[in-house]
Design a binder for this molecule. Structure first.
Ligand code: MTE
Length: 324
């Protein structure tokens, strides 16, 4: 993103890394399943809820798109999670040791039910569903991802924000010992930590907005934002904040990490919009990770990432060139 100087495409070296990573991962999963090699594989897995563990009771939802799914291996090895380094392959390497239990979510601000919620109590009231969404990064690549989660709107209704709550801010874990990118320096892109994001309340309440705990029917891997992340499919990927520890209901538009890092490049809204270029590259098209090569003609990017019917009304009367 801000500090990435090369063209926002996949390098062949990253593809090689991915293959190596997949083979290693396949080995570890097999070893864990068969009980062989447990001494080494256990070191790779979080304390109690393990990435890759099957989630029970997940129902398929009607939210899906017909494009071919991006493979599990690509989704879990080509990541942006600057807390673990700016390289696409770094989160898969360095996030494995992050502890996702015990974990709490603090709810504060303009809300009737503030508190510190244990993650499992926070998730428990909600039925899990699978939704197949397009993820479109501001770097002009996309994936098709079968997320598992529950609507953010249901959580918000449960927490009862008051009438002063016009926005909701989300905050990622701040723990430089576990997240080496948070130590000062360029390994984490020099961002102002902790990572923060925000939505207007009506965006947060839109039925598309999802709290995610899983992927491909399994517990979310750390590099994808375990134990709890947001997915806002009509916005650029950076709005989909990972490893959330705080929700704050506020009256004024909250600070967001990429907007603080470069307000001329990353707006608060960040709706996918082929008609508003990033100052340094076009947003008219994109490459599909895992399918499109350098030689494949790029795909056309769709307004609101293809979700215009569900969300265009949220922005009626707004100049989307100004509020990018
Ligand atoms: N959340 C945190 N905490 N830190 C990050 O660096 N990167 C964002 C978003 N959420 C990021 C984050 C960006 S730029 C993208 S494109 C998506 O996560 C990528 O999600 P994925 O790795 O699951 O594909």
């Amino acid at each position: 993103m801000l500090l990435i100087k090369q063209a926002p495409d996949i390098k062949s070296s990253e593809i090689t890394d991915k293959k190596l990573f997949s083979e290693r991962r396949r080995f570890l999963r097999t070893a864990a399943a068969t009980g062989a090699g447990l001494a080494s594989s256990a070191l790779w897995l979080p304390a109690s809820v393990q990435a890759g563990e099957k989630l029970s009771g997940v129902r398929k939802s009607t939210y899906k798109i017909d494009d071919k799914l991006t493979s599990y291996d690509y989704i879990t090895s080509y990541n942006n999670f600057y807390e673990f380094g700016t390289d696409k392959s770094s989160p898969a390497k360095f996030a494995k040791k992050m502890k996702t239990r015990p974990w709490t979510v603090v709810v504060e601000g303009e809300v009737n039910k503030p508190g510190t919620y244990d993650i499992d109590d926070f998730i428990k009231p909600h039925a899990l569903e699978e939704r197949i969404y397009r993820l479109r990064c501001v770097e002009a690549w996309s994936m098709i991802v079968p997320w598992v989660g529950f609507p953010l709107a249901d959580v918000i209704k449960r927490l009862e924000p008051n009438s002063r709550a016009k926005y909701v801010q989300f905050v990622t874990l701040y723990d430089p010992e576990q997240m080496p990118g948070q130590k000062r320096g360029l390994f984490g892109g020099g961002l102002d930590w902790p990572y923060r994001e925000g939505l207007r309340i009506d965006e947060a309440m839109n039925p598309l907005t999802l709290f995610v705990v899983g992927l491909y029917g399994e517990v979310l891997p750390n590099q994808n934002g375990a134990p709890l992340r947001l997915v806002v499919p009509w916005k650029y990927g950076f709005k989909s904040i990972k490893s959330i520890v705080k929700m704050r209901f506020v009256e004024k538009q909250p600070a967001t990490t990429w907007n603080m890092a470069g307000s001329s490049e990353y707006g608060f809204y960040s709706n996918v919009n082929p008609n508003v270029d990033h100052p340094r590259w076009s947003q008219k098209s994109e490459r599909r990770i895992g399918e499109d090569s350098w030689f494949t003609p790029k795909r056309k990017t769709l307004m609101f990432n293809g979700y215009a019917d569900q969300v265009a009304h949220l922005y009626t009367g707004m100049d989307l060139k100004k509020h990018f």
